[in-house]
Ligand binder design. Structure first.
Ligand code: FES
Ligand SMILES: [Fe+2]
Length: 474
C-alpha cells in the first residue's frame, strides 16, 4: 500500500516472545498465581495461554492518519465483516428502529417482530434521502421527503401519486437488506451477502460467555464520546494495561495491572483476544507499600462498599473474597439474582474480551462494560467511543428501559457528567493521551513512523494488526 509499510523497521520479524507465557516480565507475580490462591474453578478465558504468541508485524503510523486507509477499511472491514450495530434493548418494540452509521455507510436496524430483526441500507429508493436519521418507531418505514412507505419487512407499501410512476414495480422496489444476526443481546450486521454466518466470526466467544449471559443484561448507562483520534488508536488504549503506571496511577493500590494476563484466539474467521487484570491486589509498583487493609480501604472508599470488620482481612486473597461477597450481595439486593456461587474472579476482576474489528465485551461483574469504537464519518483523525454499562436484568421484575445515550462532544470532559461517576474520570485519563498521540504521530521523524510494542503486554494490539494487515492486504 504505502512505501513505509514495506520498510525494514528493525524489531519486526523477530521470533516469538521469550517471556514466560502469562507473565509480563521477569520477577513478578502472574495473574494465574493470584487466582490460584482463590482456589476456585477457572473459566477458560482465565487460563494462561500456552501457545507462544506469533512474531510482531509492522504497524506504521500512516494507518492512523491517511484517508486512503479509511477507504481500505470500508472495502475490507466495514463492507465485509460482522460488526455490532446496536443492542436489542435499543429497539424494544415492534417497529422501533435505529440507524447505524459507519464511515459514509448507513443502515437502519428494525425490530420487525417480537424476536425478529431486519437491517436495510438506510437510503430511500426514490431520491436517496436517509430513511432514519438516528432512531424512530412506527408500523411502517416512511421517507420524510415525499412519503414513500415500506413495511417492516422491507416490501414497498405506498408511493404517493403512484400513477406517475408506471415504471416502478413494487416488487422491485423493496428496501435492500443486509445480513443481520444476534448474540448476547447484541445485533450484528454484515453488508456482504456472501459472508459466512455470524457464528464463525464469534468463534469460541459464546462458550467463554456461557456463564455470563450478555442477553440477561440491559444497558443501564451509555455514553458516546467523540474523540480527536483514529478509532484504532482509541481502542488500542483499552487493549493493554501497561499504561496504568503513568495514566491511572491512582488505581494502583487495588488494581494489579502489571500482572495482567493476555490471550488470543484466531482460527482465521474469528479473531478474539482478552486482557485479564486482578482486582484487590496492589500493582507491582506499589506492592510493598500497600497492605491488604489499605487496598480494601481504597476500594471501599472509591466504590462505596462497606468496610470489613477489623482483623478479618489477613492477606490479599481475603481482601478479594470480601469484595466479591459484597458485590454478590449488592447484585442480590438490586436484581434478586443469587451470584453467591460465582467465582471471586467473576465478581471482581477486570476481564475484557475483544472481537475484531471493534467490539469489546467485558466478562463478569468486575466491570460489566461494553465498548465499541467507530470512525467518525470519513475523517481518519476522529472517532466515537461508545461505552455501555450492562447490568444483570432483575430476576422477577420488569427490565428497566435501556438508557438513552449521553453524547459527549470532542472537547467536553466525561468527568463533567456526574451520572458517569468514577468511570468519567477514568475515561478522561485515557482520552487525554489519545488526542496527544494522534498529534504526536503526525510530527514524528520520518524514519521513526512506526509503533514499538511490548511483546507480551501489548500483544493484543499486535493481534489486531496481524488481522488488519492481512485483511487489508498490507
Ligand atoms: S427521497 Fe424518499 S420519498 Fe422522495
Ligand atoms: Fe486506561
Amino acid at each position: 500500500m504505502s512505501k513505509t509499510e514495506s520498510l525494514d523497521i528493525g524489531i519486526y520479524g523477530l521470533p516469538a516472545p521469550k517471556v514466560a507465557v502469562g507473565q509480563s516480565s521477569r520477577g513478578r507475580m502472574t495473574y494465574a498465581q493470584i487466582v490460584a490462591k482463590d482456589n476456585e474453578p477457572l473459566n477458560p478465558i482465565l487460563q494462561p495461554q500456552t501457545e507462544p504468541f506469533p512474531p510482531q508485524v509492522p504497524i506504521t503510523f500512516d494507518r492512523y492518519l491517511d484517508k486512503r486507509f479509511v477507504d481500505l477499511e470500508v472495502e475490507h472491514i466495514w463492507n465485509k465483516h460482522w460488526q455490532i450495530a446496536c443492542r436489542e434493548e435499543d429497539i424494544p418494540n415492534i417497529g422501533d428502529r435505529v440507524s447505524y452509521d459507519i464511515v459514509d455507510q448507513s443502515y437502519v436496524i428494525v425490530r420487525s417482530g417480537p424476536e425478529e430483526f431486519k437491517a436495510f441500507y438506510n437510503t430511500c429508493r426514490h431520491r436517496g434521502r436517509r430513511l432514519c436519521d438516528s432512531k424512530g418507531s412506527g408500523t411502517h418505514i416512511r421517507c420524510p421527503f415525499h412519503a414513500w412507505t415500506w413495511n417492516l419487512d422491507g416490501s414497498l407499501e405506498w408511493v404517493p401519486s403512484e400513477e406517475d410512476f408506471p415504471h416502478v414495480k413494487k416488487r422491485a422496489y423493496g428496501l435492500e437488506q443486509v445480513q443481520v444476526d444476534r448474540w448476547g443481546g447484541n445485533v450484528f450486521i454484515n453488508p456482504d451477502p456472501k459472508a459466512k454466518p455470524l457464528s464463525e466470526a464469534l468463534g469460541i466467544l459464546p462458550d467463554v460467555f456461557a456463564d455470563c449471559p450478555l442477553d440477561e443484561r440491559y444497558t443501564a448507562q451509555r455514553l458516546r464520546k467523540k474523540i480527536r483520534c483514529n478509532w484504532k488508536l482509541a481502542q488500542e488504549a483499552f487493549m493493554e494495561a501497561y499504561h496504568t503506571l503513568e495514566t491511572h496511577w491512582d488505581h494502583m493500590p487495588f488494581f494489579g495491572t502489571s500482572y495482567g494476563q493476555y490471550g488470543e484466539y484466531d482460527d482465521g474467521e474469528s479473531h478474539l483476544n482478552w486482557l485479564t487484570t486482578a482486582s484487590m491486589v496492589p500493582d507491582h509498583w506499589v506492592f510493598d507499600k500497600i497492605s491488604p487493609d489499605d487496598s480494601i480501604n481504597h476500594f471501599c472508599t472509591a466504590f462505596g462498599f462497606p468496610f470489613p470488620e477489623k482483623g478479618t482481612i489477613h492477606n490479599f486473597t481475603d481482601a478479594r473474597k470480601y469484595i466479591a461477597k459484597c458485590r454478590a450481595e449488592m447484585i442480590r439486593l438490586s436484581t434478586g439474582r443469587d451470584f453467591s456461587d460465582k467465582t471471586t474472579a467473576y465478581l471482581i476482576d477486570y476481564i475484557k474480551a475483544f472481537m475484531f474489528p471493534n467490539h469489546h465485551p467485558w466478562w463478569g461483574e468486575g466491570l460489566p462494560w461494553w465498548y465499541r469504537f467507530t470512525p467518525y464519518e470519513d475523517d481518519p483523525g476522529l472517532c466515537i467511543m461508545e461505552v455501555r454499562i450492562l447490568l444483570p436484568t432483575p430476576l422477577n421484575g420488569p427490565t428497566p428501559p435501556s438508557a438513552a445515550p449521553l453524547d459527549i462532544d470532542f472537547d467536553e470532559r466525561c468527568a463533567d457528567f456526574p451520572a458517569l461517576g468514577t468511570a468519567g474520570k477514568l475515561v478522561d485519563q485515557d482520552i487525554s493521551n489519545l488526542v496527544a498521540i494522534q498529534k504526536g504521530l503526525k510530527s514524528a521523524a520520518k524514519k521513526n513512523r512506526y509503533m514499538t510494542l511490548a511483546q507480551y503486554q501489548e500483544s493484543n494490539i499486535q493481534h489486531f494488526h496481524r488481522v488488519y494487515n492481512k485483511l487489508l492486504g498490507l
